[in-house]
Design a protein around this ligand. Structure first.
Ligand SMILES: [Zn+2]
Ligand SMILES: [Zn+2]
Length: 315
């Protein structure tokens, strides 16, 4: 089960009825959070997210609406029972920022590992894939996380999370090979088994077909540019900034390096994504849903989500 929750939809500052933009992704008890502006831990509680499960925090950039909630979030993770390591990844300079912000939350009950990412060119890293003792030592799922430098006033990264999906276990093939049923679970989890008759059966002998990875894109804050669409190509879900619904606001935004609803929709269309969720609404954008019909003329499968909007990408 791959659960995706958009914790907040606001940009710049939290409002009484709108949390700041932040994303929570959970799969098999491991969670990733992207961005943590002021109040993110409150939004997580409201959306019923499990604090103890967060293992990776991705930070897009060091504007307050994306990072100032860090101390509160870390304290809440600790209060929520987290004891395992937390990896925090973000643009170069992250260590300095985290060290400064965590002066006010010393003595956390978990280790924090900081990973600084180059913002001059795209890069990627893997997250997950370690042996899970609770599940017969099968490897946990692997996310390939691609980081694309955005075009913002300061160094900023867009993230593309791709969940690699192992081929499907095929019981028919297992039956043909006369493998006792008691070994199915181990094979299903990706491990080879040695049968009582001495044969070694690997998973590739009992699986069929490669499956397309599940892909989620998260891009805010940036001026629009074509590489975003290249990297979001055929994403199952593309979460993208849309500060204003009205194209007339472009003049006002030009020097701020942000996107309009129509910019996000054009990127979604050219990337041929399955679904677009707009986010990072300006505090001046009081009723973002009013812009929905116009933006759907550009990209039909656009959603103007509310805080806590969620979807199960894999059942
Ligand atoms: Zn922002
Ligand atoms: Zn910003």
């Amino acid at each position: 089960m791959l659960d995706v929750i958009l914790l907040g939809t606001g940009g710049m500052m939290p409002l009484p009825k709108r949390f700041l933009t932040s994303l929570y992704v959970e799969l098999e008890g491991k969670a990733i959070v992207v961005d943590c502006g002021e109040g993110t831990q409150v939004a997580m509680r409201r959306a019923d997210c499990k604090m103890s499960r967060v293992e990776l925090l991705l930070v897009t950039h060091f504007h307050a609406d994306h990072i100032s909630g860090l101390p509160g979030l870390l304290l809440s993770l600790g209060n929520g029972g987290k004891t395992g390591k937390l990896v925090i990844a973000g643009p170069r300079g992250l260590r300095r920022i985290v060290e400064a912000l965590t002066i006010i939350c010393p003595g956390l009950p978990f280790e924090v590992e900081i990973r600084e990412i180059d913002t001059r060119e795209p890069s990627s890293f893997e997250f997950g894939g370690e042996a899970d003792k609770s599940k017969n030592h099968a490897n946990t799922p692997i996310f390939e996380i691609t980081c694309l430098p955005m075009r913002h006033r300061i160094a900023c990264l867009g993230y593309f999370l791709e969940l690699k999906r192992p081929p499907v276990f095929d019981p028919e093939r297992a039956k043909e090979l006369e493998i006792p049923v008691k070994f199915y679970r181990t094979l299903h989890s990706g491990e080879a088994v040695t049968l009582p008759d001495g044969r070694v059966i690997t998973t590739s002998m009992v699986t069929k077909g490669e499956r397309k990875p599940v892909k989620i894109g998260y891009c805010t804050d940036s001026a629009p540019f074509s590489a975003i669409a290249d990297f979001a190509h055929e994403a199952d879900l593309f979460i993208c900034e849309g500060m204003y619904a009205d194209d007339a606001m472009r003049e006002r935004m030009e020097d701020k390096k942000h996107m309009l609803f129509s910019d996000a929709a054009k990127l979604a269309k050219s990337a041929n994504v399955r679904e677009l969720w707009l986010t990072h609404f300006s505090p001046a954008e009081l009723n973002p849903k009013d812009g929905l019909s116009a933006v759907r003329k550009i990209f039909a499968n656009t959603v103007v989500p509310f805080d806590g909007y969620r979807k199960e990408l894999i059942k």
